[in-house]
Design a protein around this ligand. Sequence first.
Ligand code: SAM
Length: 389
Amino acid sequence: MAIQPVIIPVKSYDSNANFISNRSIPAAQTIYFDSCFRYTVFMKEFIDTLLKEHTLSRENFIRLIDARTPELSAYLFEKADAVRKKHFGNSVYIRGLIEFTNYCVNDCYYCGIRRSNREASRYRLSKEAVLSCCEEGYALGFRTFVLQGGEDRRYSDETLSDLIASIKSRFPDCAVTLSVGERSYDSYQSLFEAGADRYLLRHETADEAHYKKLHPASLSLENRKQCLWNLKEIGYQTGCGFMVGSPCQRTESIAEDLLFIHELQPEMVGIGPFIPHHDTPFKDFPKGSVELTLYLIGILRLMLPKCLIPATTALGTLDPEGREKGILAGANVCMPNLSPISVRKKYLLYDNKICTGDESAEHLKSLSKRMAKIGFQIIKSRGDHPDKI
Ligand code: SAM
């Protein structure tokens, strides 16, 4: 004999918790429906808490990440958009990225320019070449230049200081951001005194065990974090960040990242999906998720309302509309490439990196159009953190 389902009358609600109707549904479904509904309302409360208090407990960060649904993401992005609009309106800041060396002493397992990659064709840009990238960028309206490179010991403090000072004297209304990895306190201090304004150093993961899975024993999370604290203390506008979906990353690791970011209170946070590079030990690992990256951008915007958050190249590499989606999720910075086209393919951190062949001027034009299409405007100013102006 077939077992008759128990039918229970329920009130149903739409996603905004508005009453729709009374109807009868089987008991088991009622429990499912009710628990999903309650869970979504519960998670929305976490988002509201994040908006007010800018952080959550470790457990609640994990719940908020694991419970995400399209409905919850939409709610988060709506809040993140309002926060970003409050502090930045519809402005998107641009930074001219100059990848000036792909030599690196480190051997991070995920990175295409790691020391052990014998297939990488190595290059260094001369001071004149870097200055001519700045020249071109300045004419296009860039007022921040990001000098990024592997950890290349050829660039002593003196050499880098000379480069920074030359850029600052030729382009006094521009900011210089450095992204050249781990150095000593004194080194950071002397580069700051030479005129560097900002420093990007992704912490990569704040989970000790996870850090060891991504890096050889010569690198430590402790030192990475100490570098970030040093940069903050010296006075740099400081940026940390991590890859989303890097091998062995768990939601718990991401919760650690968010807690560390809350503790550090950086002026910038860069996150992008992990993308495998064919000549690294991680070549067979799956790429990170665009959807999770966007969700985390939304969370970061609520955690750090005035933060400078880029819609990264990695996001644009995995999704043709990745940068637009990043901006709509709460980001407010784009970093077009100003490196000479002849070296762009050599700075291959991961496979299929975009924009390796675009002229800077053309790229900026198309980026402006793309941003305008989603209601945003590219701003040609230094774009400092609002508390550092
Ligand atoms: N050497 C500097 C440093 O360590 O900060 C800057 C250059 S490093 C190559 C820039 C960033 O690229 C890293 O912090 C890392 O997060 C990111 N990256 C490297 N390999 C990647 C990959 N396979 N997928 C996505 N991002 C990657």
